[in-house]
Design a protein around this ligand. Structure first.
Ligand code: SAM
Length: 207
């Protein structure tokens, strides 16, 4: 059987945990904890997790974390980091939000950081995130605000991403996917290409 093509992010895994990526994930984990009532029993899934920086930052404050990503290179780096940091309540699983069946287990909180714009069918992604949550569960997605398409410099990557998300449109899509109490806040800024790109945090609840 032919091996699957390497994922675009496999090659980025070894250098992903840069100081700025670590700092970003810690800041957004803090914003999520301010917005969502997490406890030592909360079951978290992180989608598009890369090396699981966000999940790792949340792990000490929740019951368990499932770190998922389609890139096996990223997941290998995540596994190494979990071992190196002695994080016992997190595990990894390969999962593509567009292509793979939704995991059989249910979660209290689904989180994501800088990954939603990598999924072209936003409506399907939101519906699948809702399907992973228990009734009363929370969604917390941090992603790029709508931009002019300049954020991704690599043409190969630019062709397979969305130019961020308009908050009003994304909020309406979250409601259409079954979420309620949708809020947005400013959580991070990315200086790049001689400009600054804004990152939002969408928080919503599955009734
Ligand atoms: C910009 S990186 C962000 C990684 C990590 N969340 C962070 O902030 O450090 C985007 C991630 O989205 C993942 N991704 C791309 N397409 C995806 C899909 N269809 N479903 C889930 N994740 C996807 C990539 O593999 C990559 O790890």
């Amino acid at each position: 059987m032919p091996l699957p093509d390497p994922h675009l992010f496999d090659a980025k895994a070894a250098d992903w945990d840069s100081p700025v990526h670590v700092e970003r994930a810690i800041a957004i984990a803090r914003s999520i904890r301010s917005a969502v009532p997490v406890t030592g029993a909360t079951r978290v899934i992180e989608v598009g997790a890369g090396t699981g920086l966000l999940g790792r930052a949340l792990a000490p404050h929740v019951g368990s974390v499932l770190i998922t990503d389609p890139s096996t290179g990223m997941l290998r780096a995540a596994d190494e980091a979990l071992t190196a940091n002695g994080i016992a309540n997190a595990r990894t699983r390969r999962f593509d939000l567009e292509a793979d069946p939704v995991p059989g287990e249910r979660f209290d909180l689904a989180v994501s950081l800088m990954a939603l714009h990598h999924v072209l069918d936003t409506d399907a992604a939101l519906a699948r995130l809702a399907a992973m949550l228990e009734p009363g569960g929370w969604l917390a997605v941090a992603d790029l605000d709508a931009e002019d398409g300049s954020f991704h410099v690599d043409p190969e990557e630019r062709a397979i991403v969305l130019p961020g998300h308009d908050r009003d449109q994304l909020g309406a899509r979250a409601v259409a996917a079954g979420f309620v109490d949708v809020t947005f806040s400013d959580v991070w800024q990315i200086p790049k290409n001689d400009r600054v790109y804004q990152v939002f945090l969408l928080v919503a609840r599955r009734p």
